[in-house]
Design a protein around this ligand. Structure first.
Ligand SMILES: NC(=O)C1=CN([C@@H]2O[C@H](COP(=O)(O)OP(=O)(O)OC[C@H]3O[C@@H](n4cnc5c(N)ncnc54)[C@H](OP(=O)(O)O)[C@@H]3O)[C@@H](O)[C@H]2O)[C@@H](O)CC1
Ligand SMILES: Nc1ncnc2c1ncn2[C@@H]1O[C@H](COP(=O)(O)OP(=O)(O)O)[C@@H](O)[C@H]1O
Ligand SMILES: [K+]
Length: 477
């Protein structure tokens, strides 16, 4: 069993792939063996998380997820704990594995009770209501058990998935359990790491329940970028040139943030071409930045971050930028301009040089002609659709940032937290991506590595220090 941390990459499998692997594992191990392993793994983790727990409330649903909970109850009972099981199944409709576990739990003398637990007296609660079979919004007794788990003062350990969380999308379309820990079984599911997954699953643990067998993955939980040692004999030209095109009147700060981020992330030279023709120089704290008028940029040898605070004015520059930029990050207002203009959409599709689009969910919705709700309902699918439509690497921002490109399984970024929910952090990310592109990374690597580094800065940010976008930009290195 492993705790899932951002220190390495992990393969992710959706519900169809997991069902395929489950069928093969059951065929290899024999009936009921996997459920016994699942229950034992759950009980062991419960003991590790709450070694002194006495009262353990286990809410078991009508399917095999409930069967896992019944197995766990039996072990906890053997180990001297006092599990109480609320079981919501119907003996007439029970799958064979869950029926076998029900019989074992009863034989072990586990206490079954329909009474809701005394919430304050529980030391641990286990969510074994629904896993992969979560089919529709919970109502009635199921919804009441979800509410009880969420009201419990005791930590909640969810088996396989927090009840109500969709394995493939990270969304919940009804009541859902908010767990402190989730033990994912057989596979790690993408929904644990994006959308609502991070909030509902808490700390994720993984037990494969079997050795060796696998099926093709649907996505990856990204690992850390490789360390980039600088050759002693390198010079600023070795790390490439970034230009930031943006900063319309009143929004110069966004361009400065992206430029400062690119500079601190290691770009050799950073130019800023502000669309604000005024003369106010906000760059007093970064004299390294070189200010140019937009027509002066030699786009064909620059990694361009375009959009940052660009306002509607950026649209006029996009035909040239799309045609010429050696590498390109399109962010914010540049994405909105593309969404509003089919000519720019064609130019983006025809573009052959490396390109990364960095939409947040609303920008993604505009590009897809859908809504933020539709994008968030399936973030992986939305990112894939955008990548296919524009033939580019897409980095869909938000909790569990998704990176994808045509023909490649998406990566979910494991780092970052809600301290990044402050104005300008997206501009900083665009600057990071541009710096990676300028240094010679592929568009895919630049997007994955920049997202990881950006989130990791937030994850290690000192508790008492405000996380602002400008401080974030300067913290790169
Ligand atoms: N087999 C094995 O050896 C292993 C199995 N494993 C475990 O099995 C889990 C998958 O089991 P599963 O397929 O039985 O699905 P599960 O999540 O228990 O739910 C299905 C039941 O819930 C019901 N139901 C659904 N929604 C509902 C609602 N809103 N309100 C009310 N009822 C609702 C649904 O009813 P139905 O839709 O059929 O009417 C059905 O009865 C997996 O996540 C893992 O924990 C692993 O440990 C590996 C070993
Ligand atoms: N709750 C969160 N968890 C993880 N990352 C977050 C969260 N909220 C915001 N972020 C990150 O912060 C950045 C915000 O970007 P964006 O929405 O474009 O902001 P802005 O336009 O103000 O710069 C993105 O990289 C996003 O992924
Ligand atoms: K569950």
């Amino acid at each position: 069993m492993h705790p899932i941390t951002p220190e390495r990459a992990w393969a992710l499998h959706g519900s169809a792939a997991t069902r395929q692997l489950e069928a093969r594992a059951i065929a290899a191990a024999g009936p009921h063996v996997l459920m016994q392993r699942a229950g034992l793994a759950t009980a062991r983790l419960a003991l590790a998380l709450a070694p002194h727990a006495r009262q353990v409330w286990i809410a078991c649903g009508p399917g095999n997820n409930g069967g896992d909970g019944l197995e766990a109850a039996m072990h906890l009972q053997h180990w001297g704990k006092r599990p109480r099981v609320r079981w919501l199944g119907d003996e007439q409709r029970l799958a064979p594995d869950a029926a076998a576990s029900l019989a074992r739990a009863r034989a072990a003398g586990v206490l079954f009770t329909d009474a809701m637990p005394e919430l304050q007296s529980q030391d641990l609660a286990i969510d074994a209501l629904l896993g992969l079979g979560n089919a529709r919004a919970a109502t009635g007794d199921l919804a009441a058990c979800i509410a009880a788990l969420n009201a419990s003062a005791a930590p909640v350990l969810a088996i396989d998935l927090p009840t109500g969380l969709a394995a493939d999308t990270g969304q919940a379309h009804g009541p859902a359990v908010r767990a402190r820990h989730t033990l994912s079984l057989l596979t790690l599911k993408p929904g644990l790491f994006t959308g609502m997954g991070r909030d509902l699953a808490g700390q994720v643990w993984f037990d494969a329940l079997q050795d060796g067998d696998t099926v093709p993955s649907d996505a990856t939980l990204a690992g850390p970028p490789p360390a980039r040692a600088r050759a002693h004999a390198s010079h600023k030209g070795s790390y490439g040139d970034v230009a930031v095109l943006g900063g319309a009147p009143g929004m110069r700060g966004a361009a400065v943030l992206a430029a400062s981020a690119a500079l601190h992330a290691g770009a050799g030279r950073v130019y800023v071409a502000a669309l604000d023709a005024g003369t106010v120089d906000l760059a007093a704290d970064a004299p390294e930045l070189m200010w140019r008028a937009p027509p002066e940029l030699a786009l064909a040898r620059l990694a361009v971050a375009c959009g940052c605070g660009g306002g509607p004015q950026v649209a006029a520059w996009l035909p040239r930028v799309l045609a010429e930029a050696a590498q390109l990050v399109l962010d914010a207002d540049a994405l909105n301009a593309v969404a509003a203009d089919t000519g720019l959409q064609d130019a983006l599709r025809w573009r052959a040089q490396p390109t990364v689009l960095t939409p947040h969910p609303l920008e993604a919705a505009r590009l897809l002609g859908s809504s933020t709700t539709a994008v968030q309902a399936d973030r992986l699918a939305a990112a894939r659709a955008l990548a296919a439509r524009f033939g580019a690497v897409v980095l869909l921002k938000g909790s569990g940032t998704v990176v994808t490109e045509p023909g490649r399984a998406p990566a979910i970024n494991p780092t970052g937290n809600a301290r990044l929910a402050t104005a300008g952090t997206g501009d900083v990310l665009a600057g990071f991506v541009a710096a990676h592109l300028a240094a010679g990374s592929t568009a895919w690597e630049a997007a994955c590595h920049a997202a990881y580094a950006h989130g990791a800065l937030a994850d290690t940010w000192p508790a008492g220090r405000a996380l602002t976008a400008s401080a974030l930009a300067r913290a790169a290195a």
